[in-house]
Design a protein around this ligand. Structure first.
Ligand SMILES: [Zn+2]
Length: 659
């Protein structure tokens, strides 16, 4: 039998073959279509909707996961073949007139009116979601909505291609070794390798992240920095790859879509089911933070100019900031590595959160994964002994594995009824080298904690409605459980539980700890103003830009107030801003979420800071009121239940030294 057709807690990763994916998914899709017909004809469409896709979800989770961690050309082809069919099925649901009628019929029944808790929320969320997808529009409205969606997909795809192509179209070859002055050896080696790969002499620099950042941070030659900075900030700003008209078109289409669906603007449409709920709330949130950051921002910029001894241009800022950082903090992050062996980090992290959240983590050495390096663990409730969930870890890079770090779910169970959850966390951490275990940077240790937070959100979930369980929460709330965990990497007490020298077992020396803390707040106001500027320009474009003016000049006029040095007249960074314009929604009207989530995690952590980072009472509260709840209630309500009040940005300001 095809193993993808049979939902199993012990996933037989070693028995799944690429050739099984398409037949299994086709069969499961046919099964979903049949169940959809039954749902429409039946009396309880809501319950049916919640469970209808359970088997399909499992099979897709497994296939998608294997494609990201152990891919082969066959598996990639199989995934690419099934992916469009599956997303077509899901996106067809809110447009299915029969299903919409069945839900409306159900909503009018006595049973629906007497729903409480998660089920009540599921009904209202389902109705809202159908409406946001145009379920209530007359036929001509639905037709126009489809046209807008097609046009948005085309325009955003083209926007993204233009950015990529104009990024790739640039190269700078330095032929003379003396022009490399200031660059670290690693950047010089990378530039040489890049030139070699193009069969060129000299050193080659591009606008891609590592090359661009190294050049702007270290290269002594200001004229070269200026040339590259200008190229970067003029990407996709002229023929033959001009994003100017596309950006205006995307903004107009988004506004038209929002109006058609009964919203004031695109931000209100996108934020309707997020924690902020409305564009003006997010905007006010950012403006408040800005007011509290501006004074320190100006001071930092004045300090940097004093340090450099002259007025600075935009292409000078990173360069002089790095010089200032080195002068102020004699701190080499590499010195931390011996204290962060992966084994100590992971086991220490487990022991911390066993205490804090009342759980027990046990390795399951006999359970095979998708690679020899994969480990399996089980989480029990400490008090009742109940099996809450299991998870896999896969920490090191491999050729057949995608980059980055992430958490994923395989099964959403129901531990209250004896069905545990199943999930996984993956990373691309520094691997061990001969004779030395894997020694992580502090940032990598934070990543391990971050992904474990997402994982606990899934594994500790106790929500009766599958669709509202675990990490299925609002976009601007989902990073609270993950980011809050990173705080345990910054407290003396908790560091002592895992930051131990891999050879001697010594704790992190205090002077190193103090340096690490001080370096954290270096130019924090600049970092914050940069993010606030992006968030504010994003919302202004989606809320206030009136479609008559030039959107690029409009964006520039806003961003100028957030830049550490005067911006040139033709500054067009916004035309390369793929976060906002490279997909129909993406981070559009949602860039504020980065700061929003930081405020939530810094503020929520103050309870642990005050009552103890190992305090099991605060831990139980966080587990019961946040981690267990998924999306079973409005995130603002969940947050208030835990904190007793609304989020307060002061904790973030204090953490970054801005208070
Ligand atoms: Zn995350």
């Amino acid at each position: 039998m095809n193993p993808l057709l049979e939902t199993q807690f012990r996933v037989p990763f070693d028995r799944i073959e690429a050739a099984q994916a398409e037949p299994a998914i086709d069969e499961l899709l046919a099964n979903c279509a049949k169940r959809l017909d039954e749902t429409i004809a039946g009396n309880r469409p809501l319950h049916a909707l919640d469970t209808m896709t359970e088997r399909l979800e499992y099979a897709m989770n497994v296939v998608r996961h294997l494609e990201s961690v152990a891919t082969t050309p066959e598996l990639r082809a199989a995934f690419n073949a099934v992916q469009p069919k599956v997303s077509a099925f899901y996106s067809g649901l809110p447009l299915n007139a029969g299903l919409w009628k069945a839900i409306q019929r159900y909503a009018a029944t006595g049973e629906a009116k007497s729903l409480t808790g998660a089920m009540k929320r599921y009904l209202s969320k389902t109705i809202d979601s159908f409406k946001r997808h145009g379920a209530e529009l007359p036929p001509e409205g639905k037709a126009r909505l489809r046209e807008i969606d097609v046009a948005l997909t085309e325009a955003t795809t083209k926007f993204s291609e233009n950015v990529l192509d104009s990024t790739n179209a640039f190269e700078l070859i330095l032929a003379d070794e003396k022009h490399l002055a200031g660059l670290p050896p690693s950047a010089i080696a990378a530039a040489r390798a890049s030139a070699e790969s193009k069969e060129k002499a000299g050193w080659r620099f591009t606008l891609h992240g590592p090359s661009y950042v190294a050049l702007m941070t270290y290269l002594d030659g200001a004229a070269i920095r200026e040339q590259v900075w200008r190229a970067y900030n003029l990407r996709a700003s002229g023929e033959p790859r001009d994003n100017h008209p596309l950006m205006a078109r995307i903004l107009e289409l988004r506004k038209e879509k929002a109006r058609l669906l009964g919203f004031r603007d695109f931000s209100d449409l996108v934020l309707d089911d997020r924690m902020a709920h409305r564009g003006d709330v997010a905007q006010k949130f950012l403006e408040d933070l800005r007011a509290k950051t501006e004074r320190r921002f100006r001071e930092e910029n004045a300090e940097l100019e004093t340090f450099a001894g002259r007025p600075l241009q935009p292409w000078d800022v990173s360069y002089w900031a790095e010089k200032q950082r080195a002068a102020l903090y004699d701190f080499d992050e590499e010195a931390l590595r011996p204290y962060f062996s992966l084994e100590n980090v992971v086991n220490g992290m487990f022991s911390i959160f066993e205490r804090v959240f009342g759980i027990r983590v046990e390795p399951e050495p006999a359970v095979p994964g998708w690679d020899a390096e994969v480990l399996c663990y089980t989480i029990f409730d400490r008090k009742s002994g109940a099996h809450l969930g299991s998870f896999y870890t896969d920490w090191f890079p491999r050729e057949n594995k995608r980059g980055g770090a992430w958490m994923d779910s395989i099964l959403t169970g129901n531990p209250a009824q004896g069905h545990p959850h199943l999930g996984l966390i993956c990373g691309n951490l520094t691997p061990p080298v001969e004779g030395t275990p894997a020694l992580l940077t502090h940032r990598e240790a934070e990543t391990v904690f971050h992904e474990f937070g997402h994982l606990l959100h899934h594994l500790l979930s106790r929500v009766e409605v599958r669709s509202l369980a675990g990490t299925n929460v609002a976009w601007d709330f989902v990073e609270l459980p993950s980011q809050i965990m990173e705080n345990w990497c910054w407290e003396r007490e908790s560091l002592d539980a895992f930051a131990r020298h891999w050879q001697t077992g010594a704790r992190l020396p205090d002077d190193l700890f103090q340096k690490m803390k001080r370096a954290r707040t270096f130019r924090a106001a600049n970092a914050q103003m940069r993010q606030l500027g992006f968030g504010i320009v994003d919302l202004a474009l989606h809320r206030q830009w009136d479609e008559t003016g030039d959107p690029v000049q409009y964006a520039r006029s806003i961003l100028a107030a957030f830049a550490p040095a005067p911006l040139p007249e033709n500054y067009a960074m916004i035309l390369g801003f793929t976060h906002l314009f490279a997909s129909p929604v993406g981070y559009g009207a949602g860039y504020y979420s980065y700061k929003w989530a930081e405020v939530l995690d810094a503020d929520a952590f103050t309870r642990f800071h005050k009552d103890g980072v190992f305090n099991p009472d605060v831990g139980r509260d966080f587990r019961e009121k946040i981690l267990a709840k998924g999306d079973s209630d409005d995130p603002a309500v969940l947050y208030r239940n835990f904190m007793g009040r609304d989020p307060d940005p002061n904790a973030l300001l204090a953490r970054t030294g801005l208070l």
